[in-house]
Design a protein around this ligand. Structure first.
Ligand SMILES: Nc1ncnc2c1ncn2[C@@H]1O[C@H](COP(=O)(O)OP(=O)(O)OP(=O)(O)O)[C@@H](O)[C@H]1O
Ligand SMILES: [Mg+2]
Length: 335
């Protein structure tokens, strides 16, 4: 259960950049910055972070839909050549992506049968009979009637369409699913159905999940471990229970405090979740420092490393972790 199935080292993705015709350096968008990631076989790793922090960019690289600018991805210890189309194709057999918007992620001009058969043909090379058996099995697994196979995406509700999206991701018998906001576009009642289905499928097929969401209650409900991203980096990583009991990074605390609760006012004012830093010009130190009430000179000068705090399984990239007692009062607050 604890063996690492997927790993990323120093993963970087920058968009644009390079030099102009006259040799002047053009700034690039730093979407993912020196990211480290380890996914254990059979777990659900939740990833949270506000819009634009690089969650989808990371996810797309992990499934081979995009190539990193630098850094490496390892599947069961073997380095993937992420620049090679052939290897990205192999990666796609083992890791599949489920998109946020179920209806628009399906080709509107193709029947469900055609959408589900495509990965069986291109990734597995299954013949007609084998495909027919697999289609029946898949529709049954996601609780959809077989006659739906000959319909088109617009004929389905959001929840049904997402179940088809999940069936398509499972068509090539992957080991890992990267679920990018899989229930965010659905009504709350339908969300629960889809989450239950995902839990059943995980048990049935022995899957590993990377579950991306900005909804903290969903992440808490589904995850074994949770990774918090801020501005393209991991700022906190812990067992879900430990993280939700006591967040250690100042950003995570702010994120948790900002969740609107009944009877409580919405997102807080000036110290609430404001803008991310300028992605064209990332700050030198901790990217959260400009918004952090605890920030010291050290935070502005050097990026804090991701280290265990209090509990050996609870990592945070913060010089002034929340709730670490005397250390907090020793901080030289210069703000
Ligand atoms: N193809 C692209 N070209 C240029 N910039 C991009 C591209 N894709 C993403 N970005 C930028 O990279 C950063 C991270 O984007 P990403 O979509 O990964 O964020 P996210 O965490 O998934 O956000 P959301 O929660 O809104 O889905 C953003 O600043 C975004 O504008
Ligand atoms: Mg996204």
């Amino acid at each position: 259960m604890d063996a690492t199935i997927l790993e990323a080292k120093q993963l970087v993705r920058t968009f644009g950049g390079g030099r102009t015709l006259f040799g002047r350096e053009k700034p690039g968008v730093h979407a993912v910055r020196e990211m480290e990631l380890q996914v254990r076989r059979g777990e659900t790793l939740g990833i949270v972070g506000e819009s634009g922090c690089g969650k989808s960019t990371l996810a797309r690289m992990l499934v081979g839909l995009d190539s990193p600018t630098s850094g490496d991805i390892y599947l069961e210890g073997a380095a993937m050549d992420t620049q090679s189309a052939r290897q990205r194709h192999d990666l796609a057999k083992r890791i599949q992506y489920v998109f946020q918007d179920p209806v628009s992620s399906l080709n509107p001009r193709k029947t469900i049968r055609a959408s589900l058969e495509a990965p069986m043909i291109h990734l597995l090379g299954l013949d007609r009979d084998a495909r027919r058996r697999r289609l029946d099995e898949l529709m049954d697994a996601v609780n959809l009637r077989p006659e739906f196979l000959d319909r088109y995406p617009h004929e389905f509700s959001g929840g049904q369409a997402q179940r088809i999206g999940i069936a398509r991701a499972l068509a090539a018998q992957p080991e890992i699913l990267v679920l990018d906001e899989p229930v965010s576009a659905l009504d709350v009642s339908v969300q629960a159905q889809v989450l239950n289905l995902l839990a059943d499928l995980k048990d049935k097929y022995g899957l590993t999940y990377i579950f991306i969401s900005h909804d903290l209650s969903v992440v808490e409900a589904v995850s074994d471990r949770v990774m918090v991203m801020y501005f393209g980096s991991v700022v906190e990583l812990a067992e879900s229970e430990s993280l939700f009991r006591q967040p250690r990074h100042q950003y995570t605390k702010l994120l948790f405090d900002s969740v609107p609760l009944p009877g409580k006012r919405g997102v807080r004012g000036e110290d609430g979740l404001a803008e991310l830093p300028d992605p064209l010009n990332p700050p030198k130190g901790c990217a959260f420092a400009p918004r952090c009430a605890e920030a010291s000179q050290q935070c502005r000068e050097a990026m804090p490393p991701l280290n265990p705090v209090v509990d050996i399984q609870h990592y945070t990239a913060c010089y002034h972790p929340v709730g670490t007692g005397p250390q907090e009062s020793q901080n030289t607050r210069d703000q």
